[in-house]
Design a protein around this ligand. Structure first.
Ligand SMILES: [Mn+2]
Length: 212
């Protein structure tokens, strides 16, 4: 499922065993009608694949490439984040380039494995701490090295928050105290509204375990 700026309707979790619920929201740069950011979520066998892509630049041309990249992920999902990133790089070599983060969540263990290139911000936020996944240098489609993978566990109530650089990174729970009581649809919209930068495409995707 590709989630673009119509992701208002992003459906909450339909992963196997309903281990996760998620939502994404994408707001184009001021003055643009379409975004060069795209978020893709693919429910695989016992895994949930989450990819956030930010194509260099913005506007219609960036949107075209973002859409192609999202289609590629949807059609060729891989449950190994570093491989998913490398496959994107190979498939879009010579394009205008993009940065991207990829997380694979295990529906049983709730382990999150992440790999990313450039400046996508993926972090796990809990009421007491924030863990930001490190990213590797490079630009997909231009030059990358095999990105390193990092893993962490998504505990009950934790939020996996993925955002493009159009959203101020590292906002704190104190900046949005209701974040843990809101639904995922509200969270992604609120994060973009509160922390989005007007002059860049702004995307936020959130995944969490359903409340039991
Ligand atoms: Mn950007």
């Amino acid at each position: 499922m590709a989630i673009d700026n119509h992701s208002d309707n992003a459906v909450p979790g339909s992963a196997p065993s309903e281990a996760f619920e998620w939502a994404a929201y994408n707001r184009p740069c001021l003055g643009d009608r379409v975004s060069g950011d795209v978020a893709v979520v693919v429910a695989m066998d016992m895994k949930l694949l989450v990819v956030l892509i930010d194509v260099l630049g913005h506007g219609a041309e960036a949107n075209g490439l973002a859409t192609e990249m999202a289609d590629f992920v949807s059609k060729h999902p891989v449950a190994v984040p570093s491989t998913m990133i490398e496959n994107l790089h190979k498939a879009f070599k010579g394009s205008r380039g993009a940065v991207a983060g990829c997380a694979v969540l295990d529906t049983r263990s709730h382990v999150v494995v992440f790999a990313g290139v450039g400046n996508p911000n993926f972090r796990i936020l809990s009421s007491s701490k924030s863990l930001t996944f490190p990213v590797s240098a490079g630009i997909i489609g231009k030059e990358i090295r095999t990105p390193k993978e990092y893993s962490a566990q998504l505990l009950e109530r934790d939020l996996l928050i993925a955002s493009s650089d159009g959203v101020a990174e590292n906002f704190q729970v104190a900046d949005y105290p209701q974040i843990f009581s809101h639904g995922v649809q509200s969270i992604v919209r609120s994060v973009v509204r509160r922390f989005g930068k007007d002059y860049d495409d702004a995307t936020c995707l959130v995944v969490r375990r359903p409340k039991s």
